[in-house]
Design a protein. Structure first.
Length: 254
């Protein structure tokens, strides 16, 4: 039985007097993928920023069984949390290789000798980055920039990887490739909290999901349960309620 790596309980986050998250609770099991889907402005990015320590919160955040609320961003990174933001935030005037090297900065400070091995593993996972290692990050395509953002995150050897809209602005074929990579990351033992508007792609790779609407968890369950939920299907998967309900009824009769 898997144990929870991350537990968020009754989380409230406010911008001034305006509360953006209202009592959000979720957990990510060791080696699992959990996705949070929902419309723009629902609070998905705020949730990740709060877990990373970038925003003050009310509620409890536990990581690997220990309280996380009082830990600084740097301490959270050192403990294995890593956030890949929506904007990717690469160093455009630096090469692919130098961007990757910066991802291992914390390990370098601690005298970790296995950084080169991790870099070689990243190049094996992303052959395109190996081909473009001397190229400036700012000249890469959108898909290549997302691969570099993921590769840079992996250089830190994260235990929990938080991804904010990894498919944003990418062509469908590249989206398929990125989600294939995310699935292989799970196989390597990395736990993932995935924020995504592409609900169909997210639910295919995730073990469980939460629908966040206006700062609250509206629906939650396994990926199969959310995919078969008529409201989720109609709102986020482009299917009619009638088709989903008819399909569910057909399965029950079999």
């Amino acid at each position: 039985m898997s144990s929870a790596l991350l537990e968020v309980r009754d989380l409230h986050v406010a911008y001034g007097k305006v509360e953006a998250l209202h009592g959000v609770s979720l957990k990510v099991d060791e080696g699992g993928i959990v996705t949070v889907i929902g419309p723009n402005g629902a609070g998905k990015t705020t949730l990740l920023a709060a877990i990373m320590g970038l925003l003050p919160v009310r509620g409890d955040i536990a990581y690997a069984g220990a309280p996380l609320n009082k830990a600084s961003v740097e301490q959270r990174v050192a403990r294995g949390l890593c956030l890949v933001p929506e904007r990717r935030e690469l160093f455009a005037a630096m090469s692919v290789a130098d961007n990757l090297q910066l991802g291992a900065f914390q390990r370098y400070r601690l005298g970790d000798k296995a950084i080169v091995q991790t870099r070689d593993e990243v190049y094996q996972r992303f052959p395109r980055l190996a081909e473009r290692r001397a190229q400036l990050a700012g000249t890469l395509s959108g898909g290549e920039r997302q691969m570099l953002a993921l590769g840079r995150a992996l250089m830190g050897r994260p235990r929990l990887l938080m991804l904010d809209e990894p498919s944003l602005g990418l062509a469908p074929l590249i989206v398929k490739e990125i989600f294939s990579i995310i699935a292989t990351l799970k196989a390597s033992g990395v736990s993932i909290l995935l924020i995504e508007q592409n609900a169909r792609a997210a639910l295919k790779v995730a073990d469980a999901g939460h629908v966040l609407e206006t700062g609250e968890i509206a629906i939650e369950g396994s990926s199969a349960e959310l995919t078969g939920n008529p409201r989720v299907a109609a709102t986020y998967l482009g299917q009619s309620r009638e088709a989903v309900e008819k399909g569910s009824a057909g399965v029950m009769r079999q």
